[in-house]
Design a protein around this ligand. Structure first.
Ligand code: PAD
Ligand code: ZN
Length: 358
């Protein structure tokens, strides 16, 4: 039996239950989880802002130890420390072959049955990972082995926040040494984007949130300036950048209003990247003439345009060299019974990442 935090209904609460995981298929691995980060995407899946069949086990930012492998598994062995990958690549579809595996159109969960069962009820795994549990079963391509020297608990953050936030700056926006970077929204994703800007060698990293207590967290991650968000944000940012606006703006909230602010704070010819996952009905408006006048680009961003199989080991190397600080992202540690409270804290804009320690 495996203990799991089960969400019965969108808009409902989590309850910790004993569940039976699906049997190990020949291409599957069973992972005993060490930790799982609580991401805003989990909150969106729980609240109904994003579609999710229920009952479900959420959690997609996980790390742990492989405890069993199917007979056809070649990429992981029992005892390996691994990070979960919520967008595993098939390596054969059009997107994978075009070098954009984060857009892979053949997710593994499509082919498998229910993830778990409790009292005869089938339970889904959100994003195929189901990391809010003591163990999970995933396809081998959904795990990335890491070295035993990486602290297994904080390694969980590599599986979403760090890959996404660092990738948004370095891969999606291709920030260059000496550039100015604005990060709007300082949760786990935004704080990771701040670290991504530092890694990229940005000369100026302007961190913005509506919660003033994010300032020390942002500075610990490499922010050179902190500002409180508001309607005059673009003006504040122009004042900090010789009247031009930033080279790169990264929105890590997922609201039309803040996407618009990120766009307005970007210099002519600059790049605005939207990492935040917005609501279907939300809208962003800009004038048609603005596109010509400002010649900015605006792009969406899935998983930081990262390929976890290559990018997780690279991030681990940055951690080894002291250039990436995983501890600086974590402000709370909870058990499986603390997820609803972590969501409430997130809605109040409190703290950095919360880790469910398993
Ligand atoms: P979080 O809730 O921990 O952080 C969001 C932050 O934004 C908080 O610090 C808020 O205080 C702050 N905020 C809210 N409103 C404003 C505002 N008007 N101005 C300034 N700051 C504000 O979330 P997170 O860091 O876990 O995730 C951030 C987003 O990234 C969220 O939309 C999530 O779904 C998305 C995400 N995208 C991907 C992807 O692949 N694109 C992956 C993972 C997460
Ligand atoms: Zn996430």
């Amino acid at each position: 039996m495996v203990a799991a935090a089960v969400l019965d209904a969108q808009g409902g609460h989590h309850e910790v239950r004993d569940v039976t995981l699906r049997e190990l298929g020949s291409h599957d691995v069973r992972v005993q989880l060490a930790a799982a980060g609580v991401c805003h995407s989990d909150l969106s899946l729980a609240s109904g802002a994003l579609a999710q069949p229920v009952p479900a086990i959420l959690g997609h930012e996980g790390s742990g130890t492989v405890v069993a492998v199917g007979d056809a598994v070649t990429t992981a062995s029992v005892g390996d420390h691994v990070v979960l990958n919520w967008a595993p690549a098939c390596r054969g579809c059009w997107f994978c072959l075009a070098g954009e595996p984060w857009l892979c159109e053949r997710p593994p969960s499509a082919s498998t049955g229910p993830h778990a069962i409790c009292d005869g009820t089938e339970i889904a795994a959100a994003l195929g990972t189901g990391a809010f549990a003591t163990e999970t079963v995933v396809e081998q391509r959904a795990v990335v082995p890491i070295g035993d020297d990486v602290p297994l608990e904080t390694a969980a953050l590599l599986g979403c926040a760090v890959l996404t936030g660092v990738g948004a700056v370095r891969r999606t926006a291709r920030a260059q040494p000496g550039e100015s970077v604005l990060v709007l929204g300082l949760g786990g994703i935004g704080l990771s984007a701040v670290q991504g800007a530092r890694l990229a060698g940005a000369a100026q990293v302007i961190a913005v949130d509506i919660a003033a207590d994010k300032e020390p967290l942002a500075r610990a991650c490499g922010a050179t300036e902190f500002r409180l968000g508001g309607d005059d944000l673009a003006k504040q940012v122009r004042e900090l950048t010789d009247g031009r606006g930033v080279d790169v703006a990264v929105e890590c909230i997922g609201r039309g209003a803040t996407i618009r602010q990120a766009w307005s704070a970007t210099r002519r010819g600059g790049r605005a990247v939207v990492v935040g996952v917005g609501r279907r009905e939300d809208r962003v408006e800009f004038g048609a003439l603005e596109l010509f006048h400002f010649a900015r680009s605006l792009s969406g961003c899935v998983y930081g345009s990262s390929d976890p199989d290559g990018d997780v080991p690279e991030l681990v190397d940055h951690w080894r060299a002291g250039r990436l600080d995983l501890d600086a992202l974590v402000t709370h540690r909870i058990g499986l019974d603390g997820i609803d409270e972590a969501f409430a804290r997130m809605q109040r804009g409190e703290g950095g990442r919360t880790l469910v320690v398993l």
